[in-house]
Structures are given as structure tokens and as C-alpha cells.
Design a protein around this ligand. Structure first.
Ligand SMILES: *Cc1c(COP(=O)(O)O)cnc(C)c1O
Length: 375
């Protein structure tokens, strides 16, 4: 049996958790939290990285930091995870969904400007599959219209756009360390803060709205409630697990890229015959092999492929149901312009198994069975 996903485990996780236990410091902001924060700062060259309890909570923090308020509009793709939208809906915003590009499944940067109204406050590019959105264009539109940019880089840890780390280009970037992501602590995330002036407030929001971080650094002699906030601090035990994986991030990255490249090489002939389509990596994007997907003719062919692979115990899964077609999506948002690609492409996309430790011969077996489907 080949599962769709197996959570990453590289070897030192249990040692580090043991150390955290022996340090008698298992709540947040201990040694391993700090190691994770500084490693992420080094990898992304950002002013500040703060580990959070999830990618969802990183997005919620970004939404508070961006000062999203009742009635504001936030632009994002409809083809994304619910948390991308919820973080802003929780602050009273309305979501304006924009169509995606069929090649990368990312927001179509050329449609964003038309979706802007006097109420627009922010734009949220989602770097699908760890492949960057067209950030030069998005950042220049945001600058011209004075919008905040919050990158949903949940899938984009250790991926790059023109040499810059995903998550490091907007005002805020959000990572996820959920067990389905490249690096994982079970549940977990991080927020990247790119402007020095937002760092202090981020620490406060993460500490339930108190200035406890300043207190621990000896900068104030007691800590009190100073702002809104919540419990966004991750446990040391989770950080210990995560640190084992990010202290040498290329171990996981290289392994995943090998599988990705094998898939690509073995399935390319099918693409050349017009049987399916493979992911597109635009120039300037260095991806992290977060996902390997194929695109079939339509939803029926996809269902048949899932069934075909299941008889060989190969786990393949589809992905997001476009948010604008969901109950909450209709209540909290609207689609700008026409849904040309979002629904159509999402119905054709099928994700194949990809995880740290997936073996070359397993990838070969899966590709053989994909080929068999078309015979
Ligand atoms: C995984 C994911 C999230 C949420 O991350 P959690 O850590 O599960 O809260 C948000 N956005 C995208 C695009 C994701 O893939």
C-alpha cells in the first residue's frame, strides 16, 4: 500500500523532544522555539519569524496586524484552503475571489487590479504547491493602491521567487507545519514579519495581547494587557519535533525533489501524447516539491483514475472545492468576473503520493499504473 501522505520523520525528533522534557520547559518560547524562529529568519532573510500553533493562526495574526476591519475587502483566489479566507472573515472582512491561472493554479495577477474597490485593504497570494505567484506584479499593484500583502506560503517553506523566499516578500508571510506539509510538527505554523515596525505588535498579539515577551527580556518590570490577542504560542514539544527537520532543510527538500523529478520524467511521455497535463514551474520559481499533481480531462476521468489507482492501494486525492461555491464562501464573499479556470481546473486536478521517504521504485510503480489506465 502507498499512502498519499506520511508525516516526515528524519531521526532526531525524539532526542530533541526528550531534551525539551529534561529542560523542564515545555510551554512556548523555550530553547527550541527560539532555534526554530532564528532558523526560519536565516532561511527566509526576514526581520522576524515567530512560530505559531498553526498556519491558520499565522493567518489570523496577519489579519490582525494588517488592521483588517468590518467592511474591508480582501482579494484572494477561490482555489485555496478555508483558513486563507476565515482569517479575514473573523475580522469582519468580505472576501473578493479572483480567478486562477490554469498553469500554476495561482491567482491570476492580471485580474487583481480590476477587483480593487475603495474598500479593498489587502491581497492574499497563495503559493499553490510551493510554486510562487507572480510577485513582482502583485507587489507593484499593492504599492500603487496602498494595499497590504499577506502571503499564504503554507505550502511554500524553502521555495523561492527570483531568489527571494516565499513568505518574505509581502508585509506578512504565513507558513504551515501541519503533518501534510513538507516540514511538520503535527500542527504548527509560523508568521514572517517583514517590517520592523510590526514586530513588537506581533509578539503582543501572539502572547494573548500582553507585553509578556518584553517582560521576559527585562524591558518592562511587569506585564499587562495592552492589545487584542490570542494564544498563538506553540508548545516546545512541537518545536523540538520541527527543529529536527528544519535544522537541515535540504534533507527533506532533496528527497521530495527526487520523487517529483522522477514523476515528471516518467509521466512526460503521457503529456506529450495529450493524455494528461503536468505541473508548470514558471521561470524564476524554485519550488519545494510540495505536491505532484496531474490534470486529467475532466472530473469523470479523475474519478475513474482515483478508482483505478485504489485497486493497487495507491492513495491519490483531489484538492480544494472552490470557496466561492461553498455555503460560507457565498455568505462571506463574491467572485469577481468570470470563473473561467477555478472550477474547471480544480475538477481535473489529482494529487499523487509525495512524502519524505517515498521510494523511487514506488514512484515508478505509481507511474506504471497511471500509464496502464490509458491503455
Ligand atoms: C495547510 C494550509 C493552511 C492551513 O495551515 P494549518 O497549519 O493546517 O492551519 C492554509 N493555507 C494553505 C494554502 C494551506 O495549504
Amino acid at each position: 500500500m502507498i499512502s498519499f501522505n506520511v508525516p516526515p520523520y528524519v531521526g532526531n525528533e525524539q532526542n530533541y523532544i526528550k531534551q525539551a522534557v529534561e529542560n523542564h520547559k515545555i510551554c512556548g518560547d523555550g530553547e527550541f522555539t527560539k532555534l526554530c524562529n532564528s532558523k526560519l529568519e536565516e532561511m527566509t532573510k526576514t526581520k522576524k519569524a515567530l512560530i505559531t500553533t498553526s498556519g491558520t493562526s499565522a493567518l489570523e495574526m496577519a489579519s490582525i496586524l494588517a488592521e483588517i476591519k468590518e467592511g474591508d475587502e480582501v482579494i484572494m483566489p477561490s482555489y485555496t484552503f478555508v483558513s486563507t479566507a476565515n482569517a479575514f472573515v473573523l475580522r469582519g472582512a468580505r472576501i473578493v475571489f479572483v480567478d486562477i491561472r490554469p498553469d500554476t493554479m495561482n491567482i491570476d495577477e492580471n485580474l487583481i487590479e480590476g477587483a480593487i474597490t475603495p474598500l479593498t485593504k489587502a491581497v492574499v497570494p497563495v503559493h499553490y504547491a510551493g510554486v510562487s505567484c507572480e510577485m513582482d506584479k502583485i507587489l507593484s499593484i499593492a504599492k500603487a493602491h496602498n494595499l497590504k500583502v499577506i502571503e499564504d506560503a503554507a505550502q511554500g517553506v524553502n521555495a523561492y521567487y527570483k531568489g527571494k523566499a516565499l513568505g518574505s516578500m509581502g508585509d506578512f508571510g504565513c507558513f504551515s507545519f501541519h503533518e501534510t506539509k513538507n516540514y511538520s510538527s503535527g500542527e504548527g505554523g509560523a508568521i514572517l514579519i517583514n517590517n520592523e515596525c510590526d514586530v513588537e505588535r506581533a509578539e503582543i498579539i501572539r502572547e494573548k495581547g500582553t507585553n509578556r515577551s518584553k517582560f521576559f527580556r527585562g524591558q518592562v518590570d511587569k506585564y499587562t494587557w495592552v492589545d487584542v490577542g490570542s494564544s498563538y504560542l506553540q508548545s516546545e514539544l512541537n518545536c523540538a519535533y520541527l527543529y529536527a527537520q528544519i535544522e537541515n532543510p535540504d534533507l527533506i527538500n532533496d528527497d521530495r525533489l527526487n520523487s517529483w523529478n522522477t514523476y515528471y520524467k516518467l509521466l512526460k511521455p503521457l503529456e506529450d501524447e495529450g493524455k494528461l497535463e503536468l505541473p508548470v514551474i514558471p521561470d524564476g520559481c524554485v519550488h519545494n516539491a510540495h505536491m505532484f499533481y496531474i490534470k486529467l480531462k475532466d472530473i469523470d476521468e479523475r474519478s475513474a483514475m482515483i478508482k483505478h489507482l485504489r485497486q493497487y492501494e495507491i492513495g491519490s486525492v483531489f484538492h480544494y472545492i472552490p470557496l466561492h461555491t461553498s455555503l460560507a464562501g457565498q455568505r462571506f464573499g463574491r467572485f469577481f468576473g468570470d470563473d473561467v479556470f477555478t472550477t474547471r481546473e480544480s475538477e481535473r486536478l489529482l494529487r499523487l503520493p509525495l512524502y519524505y521517504g517515498l521510494k523511487e521504485n514506488q514512484v515508478e510503480f505509481i507511474c506504471e499504473k497511471v500509464k496502464e489506465f490509458f491503455r
